[in-house]
Design a protein around this ligand. Structure first.
Ligand SMILES: Nc1nc2c(c(=O)[nH]1)N[C@H]1C(S)=C(S)[C@@H](COP(=O)(O)O)O[C@H]1N2
Ligand SMILES: [Mo]
Length: 172
């Protein structure tokens, strides 16, 4: 009720836009109960801890998941990798930006165009062949493109975007 009052003062079109915004705000996730594995920081509309969105493993697994069966330059053989779609993460975070900066637990970070997430169904791979990925490998999660399906992705630009040991996503 309270959140809707500005709508009443304006015209029908604004009323419609205002209702959409209100509906989107209602989708903010509750704060995490488990260990925080991923933080989304910066310019987002749906924070759950202060100005940031924090997610534990259960919350990450509850997002829309993608499955990518592929080989990669960094792993042996063909794996069946699973994890949240990056486009689903940005949607739940309420992000409207053309780029994000994906940061590793070490100091590595890369700027990635959001268009990639829609075009290629890029995931934050959290499991390989059903098992969690250890931090000493590429875990707890890494940015994974479907290399076998799109061999043109095997280039330096995309390798730079393939961040391992992801800890946060910053929205500029
Ligand atoms: N966490 C983390 N992810 C990373 C990197 C890194 O140093 N740390 N290097 C990036 C770069 S620059 C490339 S080219 C590839 C590394 O691929 P390569 O070492 O097999 O060439 O991973 C990317 N992801
Ligand atoms: Mo690199």
């Amino acid at each position: 009720m309270h959140a809707l009052w500005p709508c009443r003062a304006v015209l029908t079109l604004s009323l419609l836009l205002c209702s959409i915004t209100t509906a989107a705000l209602a989708e903010s996730l509750p704060p995490p109960e488990g260990e925080v594995l991923l933080r989304v920081t910066g310019d987002l509309d749906h924070p759950n801890v202060g100005a940031e969105l924090h997610l534990d493993r259960a919350m990450l697994m509850a997002l829309d998941q993608g499955v990518i069966e592929t080989s990669t330059p960094w792993t042996e053989g063909v794996g069946r990798f699973e994890g949240p779609l990056l486009r689903a993460l940005l949607e739940v975070a309420g992000v409207d930006s053309e780029h994000v900066r994906i940061r590793a637990l070490n100091d590595y970070e890369a700027e990635v165009p959001v268009a990639d997430f829609h075009q290629y169904g890029v995931i934050l791979a959290m499991k390989r062949d059903g098992a969690p990925i250890a931090v000493r490998d590429l875990g707890p999660m890494f940015v994974l493109y479907p290399f076998d399906e799109h061999p043109e992705l095997l280039n330096e630009t995309i390798r730079h975007r393939s961040v391992w040991h992801v800890g946060s996503v910053h929205v500029p």
